[in-house]
Design a protein around this ligand. Structure first.
Ligand code: FEO
Ligand code: CA
Ligand code: CA
Ligand code: CA
Length: 636
């Protein structure tokens, strides 16, 4: 999302009030960091012995010609590459989908069209067609809506101008899309009318709550006396694809969708404060009771989960997997540990919130997809403490252990999961500079943590894992799991780069000096690891450094480790989400989110009309397919 909306709600980090662990971190930081680096080097040697790829084995060089920093009304790729707009907001998915008509939108049409503000992109391969045509299912999240860019005339009488009809269009534009795509001679195209195609929305897709919190009285509402069914999902930011081919949608800034005030003395009041509920960003609560916390004080507890969808079965009921915890989930990228347990890495994208991983109880059955169906209901959720000696302690959030007891208000594991943030506060997890994507690389045992920015961090709140006060440009941390054991409860960490302009000493950026004037960036958000194990980083907020957001290739091995190289530039106003490589590495799908946005940008006056460039058509968030003209793998 446009990150100016991010709030701060961690009571441990009230200005000038560092927690005990932060004080310890700060005291140890000067001598501790060196010890951490030495320890990671030792770990690398161990990694070699186990056959994992180590950083001393250099990945193939990035061969493309770097693009230039800049900002204009369209996108840019290197020479020899093509960038095709594949799916735009409002595009048809079904045989009966109406044509996009921006001045005559309706809930009914939006329910049959590609949603707004595409974010996560997942790719599930389907068998090639008989003629060899490549096919797959694209799973795309639609994170949020911006009425002033979507609808004509909204700002003339806001918020009254947001009628019930427009709010219901917004609900239909949230959620996700599953769409079959195939690679024709004209490039990747959606298969309109495919039997797999599906829209998932905030209000018209019934889902089940599963796992330890399902059925908790704190999830009961007027509509759902069982506490086990919800009418939809919203604010779906990043996500993941499981090893058994299901699609994980992370519910992020759900707080913004609520209006009203909880009744005085209501037992959920403190819980809602910790999540910034009600955030009052949307007007839905004026028309639909469940978005008004005065009427339905438990409803916010039914959001902030990870939703699992089976993209192979469009009639299946999505499941909110409560075992993974409740917070502002950025993503949910999965990897298989050596013993067959599945590990999911997750960030809670808010200033001073935490990094998590979930380890399943059961082992993956690669031969029987159905056997893994409810794997995500059983396992252990851990939160990270980044110690100054370069070690991460993964601390389990288990009811009855440590402070997670009835005396502290946790009567059950359901309470621990519904109030994951407060549980993690009590465990003294490390408050981070907004954890966005957390991406494991199965081949190396590395996990890449995107920390996008946190300008609220004060000088007395810095620590080794978040070393800059007023961090406006973010940083990237590498986690090294010992011998590639992603289920480990102790890991190593170090900072890969401190982002921002390295030529301005006041920024405090640290890049490999081999980085060119186009190769640095600010505000890393989403990322992907390509089939060669190379890291690619997409940004949200690089515009604050004076140039457009985009995608950069990152060197993580050898003497060029810590060097960025600019690959893709978005049009003005947009951040870049996705990114996702096709399994053969020959296509990079990217999501261009909120193009044309900006201060005072509206339907009538956007900062660009990308990608249609027609005077009466607003900018349209779109998924693009990037390819080399000769169809060789990207970046080789
Ligand atoms: Fe939706 Fe954290 O970006
Ligand atoms: Ca994001
Ligand atoms: Ca990712
Ligand atoms: Ca962001």
């Amino acid at each position: 999302m446009n990150d100016s909306e991010n709030i701060t709600s961690n009571p441990r980090m009230a200005t000038g009030t560092p927690s005990i662990s932060d004080i310890v971190d700060a005291r140890l930081s000067r001598r501790g960091l060196l010890g951490g680096l030495a320890a990671v080097s030792a770990l690398t040697v161990t990694g070699c012995a186990s056959g994992l790829r180590s950083r001393d084995t250099e990945a193939p060089a990035f061969t493309f010609a770097e693009i230039e920093r800049g900002m204009d009304d369209t996108h840019h790729v290197p020479g020899g590459y093509r960038a095709d707009v594949m799916l735009r907001w409002g595009d048809a998915l079904f045989a009966d989908s109406p044509a996009f008509d921006p001045k005559n939108q309706s809930e009914a049409s939006q329910l049959r069209q590609f949603g707004y503000n595409n974010d996560y992109i997942g790719f599930v391969a389907l068998p090639d067609a008989a003629d060899g045509t490549k096919r797959g299912l694209l799973c795309v999240n639609h994170e949020y809506t911006t009425g002033r860019l979507m609808f004509p005339g909204i700002m003339q009488a806001y918020p009254e101008s947001m009628t019930e009809d427009l709010c219901r269009i917004e609900m239909a534009a949230h959620g996700g899309t599953v769409v079959e795509i195939s690679e024709t001679t004209a490039g990747w195209q959606p298969v309109v009318g495919s039997r797999y195609n599906r829209r998932i929305t905030a209000h018209a897709t019934p889902m089940t709550l599963t796992g330890p919190a399902a059925g908790s009285p704190r999830l009961v509402t007027t509509e759902d006396p069982t506490g086990r069914t919800v009418a939809g999902t919203m604010n779906n930011c990043a996500g993941g694809i499981t090893p058994w081919g299901t699609y994980l949608m992370a519910e992020e800034n759900f707080n913004g969708n609520f209006l009203g005030d909880v009744p005085a003395g209501h037992p959920e009041a403190e819980n809602h404060d910790r999540y910034g509920v009600p955030g009052r960003r949307y007007q839905w609560g004026r028309f639909v009771d469940r978005y008004d916390v005065g009427r339905e004080p438990n409803e916010p507890n039914r959001f902030g989960w990870v939703v699992e969808v089976d993209p192979m079965d469009p009639a299946s009921t999505p499941k909110k997997r409560t075992a993974l915890g409740r917070y502002k989930h950025e993503g949910a990228e999965t990897v298989v540990a050596p013993d067959g347990r599945v590990v999911i890495y997750m960030g809670d994208d808010q200033r001073f919130d935490y990094v998590y991983k979930f380890v399943t109880r059961d082992r993956l059955d690669p031969a029987d997809r159905n056997a893994n169906r409810d794997m995500l209901d059983h396992g252990t959720l851990y939160v990270a403490r980044f110690d100054a000696n370069g070690v991460i302690q993964w601390m389990p959030l288990i009811h009855g252990q440590g402070p997670l007891t009835a005396e502290n208000g946790f009567a059950s594991q359901a309470d621990v999961l519904i109030e994951t943030r407060r549980a993690a506060d009590l465990l003294e997890a490390t408050p981070m500079d907004r954890p966005e994507d957390v991406e494991p690389d199965p081949a190396s045992g590395s996990v890449w943590v995107m920390l996008t920015n946190n300008h609220r961090r004060q000088a007395d709140q810095v620590g080794p894992a978040n070393p800059r006060a007023e961090n406006r440009t973010g940083h990237i941390i590498e986690i090294k799991e010992p011998d590639g054991d992603f289920a480990a409860t102790q890991s190593r960490w170090e900072i890969l780069v401190r982002c921002g302009d390295p030529s301005d000493p006041s920024v405090g950026a640290v890049w490999n000096p081999l980085t060119s004037e186009n190769g640095w960036f600010g505000s890393p958000d989403n990322c992907a690891v390509d089939p060669s194990g190379r890291l690619w980083v997409a940004t949200d907020g690089n515009e604050r450094t004076g140039a457009a957001d985009g995608v950069w290739a990152m060197e993580t091995t050898g003497e060029r480790r810590g060097t960025g190289k600019a690959f893709f530039r978005a049009p003005i106003g947009a951040e870049v989400c996705g990114p996702k490589f096709a399994p053969d590495g020959r296509t990079l799908f990217v999501a261009v989110q909120h193009p044309g946005d900006g201060e005072d940008a509206t339907f009538e006056n956007p900062t660009t009309r990308w990608p249609d460039f027609q005077s009466d058509v607003p900018p349209r968030p779109s998924v693009m397919a990037l390819k080399r003209a000769d169809n060789a793998p990207i970046g080789t």
